[in-house]
Design a protein around this ligand. Sequence first.
Ligand SMILES: [Zn+2]
Ligand SMILES: [Zn+2]
Length: 169
Amino acid sequence: MLKLSLAALSREEVHAQWEIPADHPMWENTRLELSEPLHVEVFAHEVGEGVLVRGRMRTVLDLSCRRCLTRVRREIDEPVDLLFEPLTGEERDELEGEVYPLPMRGTELDLSESLREQLLLTIPEYVICAEACRGLCPQCGVDRNQATCECTPEQGSGPWDALKNFTFD
Ligand SMILES: [Zn+2]
Ligand SMILES: [Zn+2]
């Protein structure tokens, strides 16, 4: 899966599509949790010594709200735009993330690592279930979207409280 034949690429443009199951081993040991399969469709052709792979990928990621930890489903529908070049080790370090190494030998171009990386880049830094999410109570852990608790905010727990005791000489 996610492999293109280099022999076919040397002859013509290659069109390919795949559906990778949400529980496929390629998502193991990553931060990626899919709640739907990943659909990938690409067109690939040679450019100079390299290969340009363009298309689209779609899936639904399972994330969790940074405030209340609820599951948040995030639809992903992103362009795929990957360039593979025969790189030396040094060039590879320099161009990391922009250009992927084209295998020097072998008969296939494996897209799985680059696509996994591209998918990781789509995860937003700060995921919240809703702008108005009130999060969990830091003292008793109750979900403040669902219930209220009797906890009173601790003295000195606000971000600016430390400044109150601060005196300027
Ligand atoms: Zn939330
Ligand atoms: Zn509480």
